[in-house]
Design a protein around this ligand. Structure first.
Ligand code: AMP
Ligand code: MG
Length: 296
């Protein structure tokens, strides 16, 4: 942990586990270090990074002003898989926020992420530790496969607990907008009036955040999604003779299974979408984008 902290302090990259997926971390206040994240991931500069904080006091140093709802939600969901978008403080480099006036903040609850933040005493900018456009990494092996020696150190704590990314909630709009469904469900946000979080609603209202590109999280195989089992069966019959994988998705296995089916060399991955409720919303969102917006 001391070595990881000193790498971050020296402007290097450390991959680390969170309760959602593995992150690729750099000192959020060091512009050159942040640029290395974009280079390593081959991530376009328009896609902003989430900044991970050790506590509310650190969050305050990165925001211009925190709306009252921020403190309410932090008290309830932090540490945890909720990212909140607020107006940024001047100290946050433009590279982190893709030149937006806002910054995305999250306090992770994974003990290794917390220990790293405590040891480094820095806000850590960290997107998922995959190549841009690929399924997010839920274990250290995925990070090695995608980033290899582009990262200075990987902290391996085994598979992550949740398997899908944090919920991104924009607090600069009223009511707050779910830019990306994730680990904290829309139902859990219950008391709060929020909009967004359902892909169709997001597309129709144009609510999607930056980086919410239609094709993302994609394995090499083509992904086809279905609303029910019968439709999948019919397609499987049509595809007879091709190498087809059938994915039965949960939040936890989703990204690992997409990678595993790729490794098996299947041509097509067929998948029935889970119901649009609870964590199912996040799983649907990722599968819809793994399918590149195609719908059977
Ligand atoms: P990743 O950590 O790789 O899942 O990517 C972080 C995602 O958080 C981005 O793709 C954006 O969708 C979202 N995000 C980060 N910063 C902002 C921001 N300032 N405004 C809106 N969305 C953001
Ligand atoms: Mg990502």
């Amino acid at each position: 942990m001391a070595r990881a902290a000193s790498i971050l302090r020296a402007g290097g990259l450390v991959a680390f586990p969170t309760e959602t997926v593995y992150g690729l971390g750099a000192n959020a206040l060091d512009t050159d270090a942040v640029r290395k994240i974009f280079t390593a991931k081959e991530r376009p500069g328009w896609d902003p990074l989430i900044v991970h904080v050790s506590d509310l006091a650190m969050a305050r140093t990165l925001a211009r002003a925190l709306p009252p709802v921020f403190e309410t939600l932090a008290a309830r969901f932090w540490p945890g898989p909720l990212t909140m978008v607020v107006e940024k403080a001047a100290c946050v480099p433009e590279e982190v926020t893709a030149r937006r006036p806002t910054v995305a903040l999250r306090m992770p609850r994974h003990p290794v992420a917390q220990a790293l933040l405590a040891a480094a005493q820095l806000p850590i900018a960290a997107p998922s530790a995959n190549r841009f456009g690929r399924p997010s990494p839920t274990c250290a092996e995925h990070v090695v496969a995608d980033l290899g020696d582009r990262v200075d150190l990987i902290l391996d704590a085994g598979p992550t607990e949740l398997g899908v990314e944090s919920t991104v909630l924009d607090l600069t709009q009223s009511p707050p907008v779910i830019l990306r469904p994730g680990g904290v469900t829309r139902e859990e946000l219950g008391g709060l009036r929020v909009v967004g979080g359902v892909a169709d609603e997001v597309a129709a209202k144009g609510l999607a955040g930056p980086g919410m590109t239609l094709k993302h999280y994609a394995p090499r195989a083509a992904v086809e999604i279905f609303e029910d089992e019968a439709a999948l069966q019919a397609r499987a019959t049509e595809l007879r003779g091709r190498c087809v994988g059938v994915l039965v998705p949960t939040a936890k296995n989703l990204f690992a299974e997409l990678r595993r089916l790729d490794a098996e060399g299947v041509d097509v991955i067929l998948c029935v979408l889970p119901a649009a409720e609870g964590i199912g919303l996040a799983v649907r969102d990722r599968l819809q984008r793994a399918a590149g917006g195609r719908r059977a």
